[in-house]
Design a binder for this molecule. Structure first.
Ligand code: GLN
Length: 431
């Protein structure tokens, strides 16, 4: 049975809640314990989004992906730690304590799905679900040395995913190897009528290492300023291995990438300010002394039970959407987002895939990134795929200073198949 996970000590603080009542059913995942990020609704199991404001919230329904996992016999063994509402790159903004990186406990596991990555990397579970708004599956996969896929926007139902920035995010699979990622993707991409942005184009594919006719674009911006040289070299070596497998690589450029971070942070904070307005703190979360007007009460609950980063983003987003500024910020960000998508579509006409590093650095030391702007900069290589809506995977490709490095492979809309095959071919080559 899945008892081993309950006996294993959670030495990395990967879980917020362990579900001791989980049971296996019949199906492709019978006997497999699966961990689920704590922003994905699970019927009867506390779901906090890493926030104090949802402490004690027990959803009355399962997210579509959770229903699908249960239908295949998986046991949902627990809910994993995360940056509060997904806002972060290190899991340090969780209200439930930082998760440590199983490869080096003085370092962060990446974020925001840091708990899912640590649970897989430490061997507590073979697979987990994460969510990726601007890199939150790929970053922790890279930092912890596992594989994680952000699907095409609309390929996996978001029904039951507690929204942070709904126009950018996707739920996706995380596992030790590409085959398990592929299996999990087949299961969670099944159609859903409750998410109107879901395309109902389920993924069904067996990974193949035959990639010799593929063309891969290497954007020069992915190896530019701010990217650690040792990380660049490690990823370049991995790309050489892909060339040895018969792929053709072509240098390319994504000029609009210089607007990617600005477009991303205006979009995600704006959407967050709207999405998070539903949390009034009345029914869940610690109570604060508040016996005055409703307005004061909400203000006190929200002020006390949201963390600093969440408050910062709500303020930024509310400002960006305010009368007179909407056109200047949000509308402009959507233009930039569209230009990024156009650049990707243009490049992906000539090549099948795009490759580069997942993150510009190896996992940071805990506390190292204290300046929020500096933290935002580290998302430069992951946010473009979310803005363009294309699928992207991170697969381990060696180490720098004994810490894992991730190779990021990006594909055309709804071509997870080629992304998976390239990652699989690389994985088999280095195995
Ligand atoms: N680090 C990015 C952010 O803070 C991405 C997070 C995510 O994908 N949820 O918004």
């Amino acid at each position: 049975m899945q008892d081993y996970i309950f006996e294993a000590e959670d030495t990395n603080n990967a879980f917020i809640t362990i579900n001791r009542n989980s049971v296996f059913g019949e199906g492709k995942l019978s006997g497999i314990p699966v961990a689920v990020k704590d922003n994905i609704s699970t019927k009867g199991i506390q779901t906090t989004c890493g926030s104090k404001i949802l402490k004690g919230y027990i959803p009355p329904y399962d997210a579509h992906v959770v229903t699908l996992l249960k239908n295949e016999g998986a046991a949902i063994v627990g809910k994993t730690n995360m940056d509060e509402f997904g806002m972060g790159t290190t899991t340090e903004s969780s209200a439930y304590g930082v998760t440590t990186n199983p490869c080096d406990k003085t370092r962060v596991p990446g974020g925001s799905s840091g708990g899912s990555a640590a649970a897989v990397a430490s061997g507590m579970v073979p697979m987990a679900l994460g969510s990726d708004t601007g890199g939150s599956i790929r970053c922790p996969a890279a930092f912890c040395g596992i594989t994680g896929l952000k699907p095409t926007y609309g390929r996996v139902s978001r029904y039951g995913l507690i929204a942070y920035s709904n126009s950018l995010e996707q739920i996706g699979p995380m596992a030790k190897n590409v085959t398990d990622v592929s299996t999990l993707m087949e299961i969670i991409s099944q159609p859903d009528v409750f998410d109107t942005t879901a395309y109902n184009r389920p993924y069904s594919h067996t990974p193949s290492a035959d990639i010799k006719d593929k063309k891969i674009g290497i954007p020069k911006e992915f190896f530019g300023e701010g990217v650690d040289e040792k990380v660049s070299k490690c990823v370049m070596d991995a790309i050489t291995k892909l060339e040895n497998l018969g792929v053709t690589t072509i240098e390319c450029s994504i000029p609009s990438m210089r607007y990617a971070l600005a477009a991303y942070y205006v979009t995600c904070t704006s959407e967050a300010s709207s999405n998070l307005s539903r949390f009034d703190g009345v029914r869940f979360g610690p109570k604060v002394e508040a016996k005055r007007s409703w307005h004061d009460e909400y203000r006190d609950y929200r002020g006390h039970n949201f963390g600093e980063e969440v408050i910062r983003r709500i303020l930024l987003g509310t400002f960006a959407l305010s009368a007179g500024y909407y056109g200047k910020y949000y509308a402009k960000a959507q233009v930039a987002k569209n230009n990024i998508k156009k650049d990707f579509l243009r490049i992906l006409k000539d090549v099948d895939l795009i490759a580069g590093p997942t993150m510009p650095n190896i996992a940071y030391k805990i506390g190292e990134k204290s300046d929020p702007l500096e933290m935002y900069l580290s998302d430069i290589l992951t946010v473009p795929a979310n803005l363009a809506g294309v699928p992207a995977i991170s697969v381990p490709c060696g180490k720098v200073e004994k810490m894992p490095v991730g190779l990021q492979i990006i594909g055309r809309h709804f071509d997870e198949e080629s992304v998976i095959d390239a990652a699989f071919a690389y994985e088999q080559e280095v195995a």
